[in-house]
Write a protein that binds this ligand. Structure first.
Ligand code: ZN
Length: 463
């Protein structure tokens, strides 16, 4: 575990002074993110790093570095450490002598003072430190944090539905709409049906547009309408505005939404080519839609789907045709050739898998820090998010590379697979097709045609 010292300083040469508490807080957060342990905090109040006056805490930190108890130094920004080049040289001397390998700033990356590049960057940072504009965007961000902590709203380009431009005053007409749709949703009506109702009633969004289910879902589950203040994704307490619905009602909305999402995943797959077919006219993905027991793929209009509404095809013959073409392709030389390019992918996949493992280890380390009470639950959550995002992204890349694993043992065995095809379940069939087919374009149908025209299907191969 890397033991870190945090250094913070506030002074009159800052213009808008950055609170020492905030600096220390951000450094602690960064430490938690990195899995470092903060062993000491050094704070100088009201001492300019430019004046050359003595800074007691700074001096103490440099002295402590000599004891070898500290592996890293964390500060909010290079300009906290020093603004005088000569002092910087002292600092560099002290950290290199003490074998401190990490100097890290909340705004800016990792520096290794032990190598020439790190030193150069440190010197450049010190040179830039005098530049007031460099700190501007950081201060704006800090300001938002402070505003959020006080429960006040902050600006954005579009006012929230239900509220005036001041983001506090209710708009009675919109408040009535929100209360009605929340009640109807809790009573069991679907988001799609509610969005349809709003659009038929001519009730528009804040920007005057039609309601998409995603927009409506976002409104229904928003913390804001329940009078809760959120910052960087977390509820941080009651807001200054009046709630439109009670937090208890919001809990019911969330509960129903989560339940719906769960059962949604359990619905068995009924459409072999979901997501694989595209409309020849507008290029949008066709959606599965049944009418009176006839399964079909349809280009759907409307704000949710964005298609042109001009293409429709009956499901069974297309599914049969595409599956047949895939089985045939499995036995072609073209496919075998495409698969020989996979060795390089395997190395890449191994590297990605390693990265996921490392990220998971870091999450475990964070959890341990939280268990040891070295960090608060909010620091823990904040530190987790970027790592979890990274894991999700890496896993997606990994899935893309390893998708062809669905084909292992099948290449060259298309004929045999054809005999077993009907016995495979739909998920397995879809995985095999998805490994070989990128997408298929559905062309125009002949009006009144009773027989499916195979020329309507143009398959674009992935492999
Ligand atoms: Zn279309």
């Amino acid at each position: 575990m890397i033991r870190a010292a945090v250094y913070a300083r506030i002074s009159s040469d800052d213009g808008t002074a950055l609170g020492v508490t905030r600096q220390v807080e951000d450094c602690r957060k960064l430490a938690a993110e990195l899995g470092w342990q903060v062993v000491d905090e050094y704070v100088d109040n009201d001492v300019s790093a430019y004046s050359g006056k003595k800074r007691p805490a700074y001096g103490a930190m440099l002295a402590d570095l000599g004891d070898g108890r500290i592996d890293a130094v964390l500060a909010y920004h290079a300009d906290r450490l020093t603004r005088r080049p000569i002092e910087l040289e002292h600092f560099v001397e002290a950290v290199t002598a003490a074998g401190v390998r990490h100097v890290r700033f909340v705004s800016g990356g990792e520096l290794d003072p032990g190598n020439g590049d790190g030193l150069l960057v440190l010197r450049m940072l010190a040179a830039v430190a005098a530049n007031e504009s460099a700190g501007k965007s950081r201060r704006v961000r800090r300001k938002l944090d402070e505003v959020a902590a006080a429960g006040r709203p902050h600006g954005g380009s579009v006012r929230p539905y239900g509220f005036d431009d001041d983001r506090i005053t209710h708009r009675p007409a919109e408040v009535a709409v929100i209360r009605q749709i929340v009640d109807r949703y809790i009573a069991g009506e679907s988001v799609t049906s509610l969005a349809g109702w709003l659009n038929t009633e001519g009730i528009t969004t804040v920007q005057g547009g039609e309601w998409k289910t995603t927009t409506l879902r976002g409104l229904l589950r928003s913390e804001r309408i329940a009078g809760l203040r959120v910052h960087r994704g977390e509820v941080i307490g009651p807001a200054v505005w009046e709630p439109i619905i009670t937090p208890a009602k919001r809990d019911k909305v969330i509960a129903r939404m989560d339940a719906a999402a769960n059962t949604g995943r359990r619905t068995p797959r009924r459409y072999l080519l979901s997501g694989l077919l595209r409309c020849h006219k507008c290029g949008h993905t066709l959606y599965s839609a049944a009418r009176e027991d006839r399964r079909r793929y349809v280009c759907q209009k409307g704000p949710d789907h964005g298609g042109c509404g001009g293409t429709m095809v009956t499901a069974p013959p297309v599914e049969e045709l595409v599956a047949d073409a895939v089985l045939y392709r499995l036995d072609t030389a073209e496919l075998a050739a495409a698969l020989t390019g996979r060795a390089a992918d395997d190395d890449h996949a191994a590297a990605l898998a390693e990265q996921v493992a490392a990220d998971r280890a870091q999450l475990d380390e964070l959890a341990a820090l939280y268990a040891d009470k070295a960090i608060t639950v909010r620091e823990w959550m904040a530190a987790r998010r970027p790592i979890e995002d990274r894991i999700a992204q890496t896993t997606r890349s990994l899935a893309r590379i390893t998708r062809t694993d669905a084909l292992s043992g099948l290449v060259g065995n298309g004929e045999e697979l054809r005999r077993r095809w009907a016995d495979l379940n739909l998920t397995r069939q879809a995985a095999i097709i998805g490994a070989v087919v990128d997408h298929a374009v559905i062309g125009p149908g002949t009006p009144g045609a009773r027989v499916f025209d195979p020329n309507r299907v143009e398959i674009v191969w992935k492999l």
